[in-house]
Design a binder for this molecule. Structure first.
Ligand SMILES: CC(=O)SCCNC(=O)CCNC(=O)[C@H](O)C(C)(C)COP(=O)(O)OP(=O)(O)OC[C@H]1O[C@@H](n2cnc3c(N)ncnc32)[C@H](O)[C@@H]1OP(=O)(O)O
Ligand SMILES: O=C([O-])CC(=O)C(=O)O
Length: 374
């Protein structure tokens, strides 16, 4: 481990209060507004969880029906946004596409007043799957797709647009669970980015655009893509184990492992691993899932490092035929709920976020003339 200067990463320091989520409050727990993520992933849909996070409570049946209809009605993209998406090249990173899409939508549907914040959040939640698949299908298949499907779930809608046909029940459920697992995680880097931006009283699209930029990095949301890039190189568990040992010997980071807050396990891992196992059976996989398992075991045996939420998302998404470059955009489609809830919470009790710093640079000195400088 490289020695970090004291205070690096603000690790372990509280940076404010929240009612939305607790991470690791009791051991390795994760709760959204008091509900354990395991229970939500078993008993709820992502639309219910989005309602919980954004509106503050689990919806009753009437509220859920109304919310589902509302989100479905908000899926369309303005023509000007479609034109912009069509100009983004096929080799662009899909996270850059969403960053641009979010920012451009902010020009067309600007948040004029914070009274509109719930509408802004719903619109972003409804349009991210449309934006990413519209661009992907146009740039890769030359097709201008109709982004308004009749699927109730956001995950099912995304798979429908991506593959041009309604997903199986299994795939729609896995996507729904995946979106539940990724929805919210307290003061993680992207959410904190959104809150810092919100604290200047900026608009919702600016806050979310910044958050997308933070999520893109391989130490955060980008890890699911990096994990897949590693896993797909292995043809057998033996080869995977040997290569991971070599990487550890060479002090390489293994993406999809470790966490800034959890110390023993990430509670989301067991859930997505189980769904990945089901998908592996469904497609008759005998390589990727066993390879993932041996990497997980080797990391634990050698380093006591556990798989985080990102690791088995790689194989799960792959089994559903999702291109690797779209993995992190799916995270955006989900985490936008958490981001927007935090932006609203920040606004409700706002003071500009402006921490201090411990200065460790040179003592005071005077400016030498240019011929005296080295
Ligand atoms: C949904 C999410 O965003 S979950 C996070 C997704 N990110 C990843 O999977 C990227 C890989 N993991 C990591 O880089 C880190 O574990 C992070 C960024 C998640 C957490 O970082 P930190 O809080 O600094 O980690 P922590 O203090 O526990 O790690 C200490 C040391 O453990 C080791 N370590 C931690 N994670 C790993 C890993 N994945 N592979 C190898 N060694 C690791 C390193 O030696 C690290 O020291 P270094 O930063 O000097 O290299
Ligand atoms: O909390 C974190 O640092 C990263 C994480 O797991 C998430 O954002 O889901």
């Amino acid at each position: 481990m490289t020695e970090k200067k004291p205070g690096a990463g603000l690790r372990g320091q509280s940076a404010g209060q929240t009612e939305i989520c607790t991470v690791g409050a009791s051991g390795n727990s994760l709760r959204y507004r008091g509900y354990a993520v395991d229970e939500l992933a078993e008993k709820a849909s992502f639309n219910e969880v989005a309602h919980l996070i954004l509106k503050g409570h689990l919806p009753n049946q009437d509220e859920l029906d109304a919310y589902t209809s509302r989100l479905k009605a908000l899926r369309g993209l303005p023509d000007a946004l479609k034109e912009v998406l069509e100009r983004i090249p096929a080799n662009a990173h899909p996270m850059d596409v969403l960053r641009t899409g979010c920012s451009f939508l902010g020009n067309l549907e600007t948040e004029e007043s914070f009274d509109d914040q719930q509408d802004m959040a719903d619109r972003l939640l409804a349009t991210f799957p449309s934006m990413i698949t519209y661009w992907y299908r146009y740039s890769h298949d030359g097709k201008r797709i109709d982004v308004e499907t009749d699927d109730d779930s956001i995950g099912g809608h995304f798979l429908h647009l991506l593959h041009g046909k309604a997903p199986s029940e299994l795939h729609a459920r896995v996507m729904d669970v995946s979106l539940i697992l990724y929805a919210e995680h307290e003061f993680n880097a992207s959410t904190f980015t959104a809150r810092v931006c919100a604290s200047t009283l900026s608009d919702m699209h600016s806050c979310v655009t910044g958050a997308i930029g933070s999520l893109r990095g391989p130490l955060h949301g980008g890890a699911n893509e990096m994990a897949m890039a590693m896993l797909e190189k292995y043809h057998s568990p033996e080869q995977a184990r040997e290569d991971v040992l070599r990487k550890l010997e060479e002090k390489e980071k293994i993406m999809g492992f470790g966490h800034a807050v959890y110390r023993e396990k990430d509670p989301r891992n067991a859930i997505i691993r189980e769904w990945s196992r089901k998908l592996a059976e469904d497609v008759g996989d005998d390589t990727l899932f066993p390879v993932s398992e041996i990497v997980e075991k080797t990391m634990w045996d050698e380093k006591k490092l556990f798989a985080n939420a990102d690791f088995y998302h790689a194989s799960a998404y792959h089994f559903m035929g999702i291109p690797t470059s779209l993995f992190t955009p799916i995270f955006v489609m989900s985490r936008v709920t958490g981001w927007c809830a935090h932006i609203m919470e920040q606004r409700a009790n706002n003071r500009i976020i402006r921490p201090g710093a411990d200065y460790i640079g040179p003592e005071d000195r005077s400016v030498p003339s240019i011929d005296q400088r080295q």
